[in-house]
Write a new protein. Structure first.
Length: 324
């Protein structure tokens, strides 16, 4: 609680210090109806989404007890905390950029696909590797006493393979001013998510809840979301599938190699199998991406981005050495 308050305070002070615009006393005037509807729908979606995303903790704590809630919370934060910290800055960057080109539909589509192509290529293979070695990874990070976290992490990780692209689809609704569609879709999918929580928790506790959450994400929520976006345009359901399916195939290849060869034949465990799984996952994802129609462009842009990051890091270290 204290860390959240301090973080919010630092952000407010930073905005106040760096922003050119400073607020004055409010004037008595009516808000534009279009802006009001946009904000109301976005606020409604945020509230509904927050409720659905946090109800799982309440249900597990109430039905399964604090121990199960602790295991679930560790698995959830270990998996989704990095995604949330990457998606937040990208949302603040991509939404204004896409808003500027919303009338140029081909350019809008190209910008979205290029940015999400790099996003998913960086995140999904790492997540697939950690899902494949979920037991070894949890033991390596937390120790033997936290072994019950592993099956929860496994199912949440399967669900998490869809999260980077799924979160990015919100950029399309907001940048085109279609928060009304976003809100209605959010209400419907949140009801489905909440129903899956009750069913999964009833039959399998915290592990069952995570498994039901993953099942609904793959076979109900994502197909509905892609269909709605296909009708809204300019990004089609086929565009999203071409982004997602090859990486899921690479994830399946990684799981098979880790399970049947690294563990079954070589008997690898611990840090060794984690490191090998990461290498295998990224190599598989890169090879499959390379044979896609637009995959080479994504790989070239990713290579240039890595080069810029490497040059920036090298320059920073040299400056630190010079100042020391």
């Amino acid at each position: 609680m204290i860390s959240s308050a301090v973080s919010s305070l630092v952000i407010v002070v930073g905005y106040w210090t760096c922003a050119r615009w400073k607020p004055n006393r409010p004037k008595a005037q009516f808000v534009d109806k279009e802006i009001g509807r946009f904000g109301a729908n976005l606020t409604g979606f945020t509230f509904v989404n927050y409720f659905a995303r946090n109800l799982d903790n309440i249900l597990i704590g109430h039905k399964a007890g604090s121990v199960s809630l602790g295991f679930y919370d560790r698995a959830y934060k270990l998996l989704y905390f990095p995604i949330q910290n990457i998606n937040g800055p990208l949302y603040r960057v991509m939404t204004p950029l896409l808003s500027r080109v919303q009338d140029d539909r081909p350019r809008f589509r190209e910008m979205f696909l290029r940015s999400t192509g790099q996003l998913t290529l960086f995140i999904v293979p790492a997540m697939a590797a950690l899902v494949a070695v979920s037991h070894d990874f949890v033991i390596f990070v937390f120790g033997d006493r936290w072994a019950p976290v592993a099956p929860i992490f496994f199912y949440l990780g399967i669900n998490g393979l869809l999260q980077p692209l799924g979160n990015a689809t919100g950029w399309i609704f907001i940048s085109q001013g279609r928060t009304d569609v976003m809100f209605r879709l959010g209400v419907f999918t949140s009801l489905i998510t909440v129903a899956s929580f009750f069913v999964g928790l009833h039959f399998g506790g915290a592990v069952g809840l995570a498994a039901a959450y993953a099942f609904v994400e793959y076979f109900v929520k994502s197909p509905i979301q892609y269909a709605v976006l296909h009708r809204l345009g300019p990004v089609t359901a086929w565009d999203l599938c071409w982004h997602q399916i090859p990486l899921l195939v690479a994830a399946g290849m990684t799981f098979a190699i880790v399970h049947y060869f690294l563990r079954g034949v070589l008997g690898m465990h611990g840090f060794a199998v984690i490191a090998c799984a990461l290498v295998i996952s990224y190599v598989s994802a890169i090879l499959i991406t390379a044979i896609r129609p637009t995959g080479k462009a994504v790989l070239n842009e990713s290579r240039m981005l890595i080069g810029r990051l490497w040059n920036s890091a090298t320059r920073f270290l040299r400056q630190q050495e010079a100042s020391a």
